[in-house]
Write a protein that binds this ligand. Structure first.
Ligand code: UD1
Ligand code: MG
Length: 445
């Protein structure tokens, strides 16, 4: 009985809403995405293992082998669902304004006359360029999972995948200026600064940062997909605020954002069911890149890329904190995930061995300061540093709060992500009002 309820709701939402609301049909498609992903994962898992796509769950006794890269299922279902979405998203324009039959560039008016084209080609190209960008990012993720690409090779590839996105941004919106705070305006004598090409460089950096930052805040069951779900919910809350209280001008972009995120949440929820502790599958780099790019896409084409970055504060912290290891000032082991203790099933901070591979000499005093500030834990032999905890937010949580079971640690990090995100959204709108004299959310209030 229950098995029939969800598909029926999905069908109802899709069929009944297509004339009115793209967001409601996206909810329907998100349920379709959930059902399809949840149905597929247990059925294809063993095929992944057969072709060598498996990984050892490092934080379980005996390190059991489970399918890896199963996020590819979520990404594939998402893309197919988004293709299916197209006729429903644009149905109302197709039936009311497009005469079809090869009469291009014309639309039907209510009295039956043909006039100039009203079909929203701009919206369709936004939608298609997003799918194209997500498709190429998923391909990059699959290639990485299959061939374990080198960092220097895979680092800049998302930026190439984002070219269609940036072209559409340039043609459709093209804004490259940032507002100057009111109290600075009398000094610089301008209300905004045009960043020009630097704004495009910023957006390109975002397409590189978002996918990679999710991939390096990883290593405990459920965290990659869990943080993506929390980020998706936060972005939806921001969209809902604009749709409920924002000016009409912002509705289109936030509707677009919701339409992209809702099906993403559907396929991610199904993946979370199989990846949460104790994990039955790993999501793989495919999912991390794909999920990160979803946020870059909605940030850029939804025109709230700066707010989106605020939601990524924990990932930004994790990246900055990781820099000494990422740039080899301190040795970086292949895996920095916490150390599992068989005896009590708890996770302890993992450590980098500095005895055999000492850190750069100039960095040693900085390590001592970080230790004093309780931002890392150093181990000494006499006065000599012999090891330090790996510099990830996951290990830092263990340094601060003590050893923890894997699921508790994951939940703690997800709750942290959620509340930081909520605080970021509130601060962003309160500060907008304070710094610029108005905020685009309160524009009509
Ligand atoms: C990134 C991190 C690495 C971390 C890894 C965990 C950096 C620079 N790299 O590397 O430190 O160890 O992610 O995903 O920060 N695994 C588990 N439990 C999990 C998830 C993963 O044991 O819940 C292990 C499994 O052995 C799995 C492997 O991690 O096979 C996947 O690692 P991979 O995604 O290939 O690592 P990277 O993304 O290169
Ligand atoms: Mg990874």
């Amino acid at each position: 009985m229950f098995r029939l309820i969800l598909p029926s709701i999905a069908l109802l939402l899709i069929i009944c809403s297509n004339r009115h609301s793209a967001v409601v049909s996206a909810i329907g498609f998100s349920i379709v995405g959930y059902i399809a992903t949840d149905w597929l994962i247990p059925r294809v898992g063993q095929s992944f293992v057969k072709i060598g796509l498996y990984g050892k769950d490092q934080s379980k006794p005996g390190k059991p082998v489970i399918p890896e890269s199963v996020g590819a299922v979520s990404a594939t279902v998402y893309l197919l669902v988004m293709f299916l979405c197209i006729p429903f998203m644009f149905y109302k324009y197709m039936v009311t304004t497009t005469p079809g039959g090869g009469i291009r560039g014309a639309s039907i008016e209510e009295n039956g006359d043909l006039t100039g084209n009203l079909f929203p080609h701009g919206k369709l190209s936004e939608y298609l360029s997003s799918i194209l960008c997500l498709e190429s990012t998923s391909l990059l993720g699959i290639a990485d999972d299959l061939f374990d690409l080198r960092w220097r090779h895979k680092f800049f590839l998302p930026a190439i995948g984002a070219i269609p996105l940036l072209i559409v941004y340039y043609v459709d919106f093209g804004a490259t200026h940032v507002l100057v705070p009111t109290f600075v305006q009398p000094w610089v004598k301008m209300t905004n600064i045009d960043l020009g090409w630097m704004y495009y460089a910023y957006m390109v950096s975002m397409t590189i940062f978002c996918p990679n930052s999710i991939n390096i805040l990883a290593g405990i069951n459920g965290l990659e997909v869990g943080q993506s779900i929390v980020l998706g919910i936060l972005a939806l809350i921001n969209d809902a605020l604009y749709l409920a209280m924002g000016p009409n001008a912002s509705w289109e972009s936030h509707r677009f954002s919701a339409v992209i995120i809702l099906p993403f949440l559907g396929v991610s929820a199904a993946l979370w069911k199989w990846n949460r502790w104790p994990a039955k599958v790993f999501v793989g780099d495919t999912y991390c890149y794909f999920a990160g790019m979803v946020f870059a896409v909605v940030g850029i084409l939804g025109h709230f890329s700066k707010t989106m970055l605020l939601l990524f504060l924990p990932q930004i912290f994790n990246f900055v904190y990781s820099c000494p290891q990422l740039f080899n000032l301190v040795p970086c082991p292949r895996h920095r995930l916490p150390r599992f203790n068989d005896a009590d099933w708890l996770l302890y901070p993992s450590r980098a061995n500095l005895k055999d591979e000492p850190p750069k000499a100039f960095f040693k005093p900085i390590l001592r300061v970080l230790h004093k500030l309780k931002l890392i834990d150093l181990e000494f032999e006499g006065d000599k540093i012999v090891s330090c905890t790996n510099m990830t937010l996951i290990n830092l949580a263990l340094v601060w709060f003590g050893p923890m079971r894997e699921d508790k640690l994951c939940n703690l990090l997800l709750v942290l992500q959620f509340f930081i995100g909520i605080a970021a959204i509130l601060t962003r709108h309160a500060l907008g009002l304070l710094l610029f004299g108005h905020d685009n959310l309160w524009a009509i209030v």
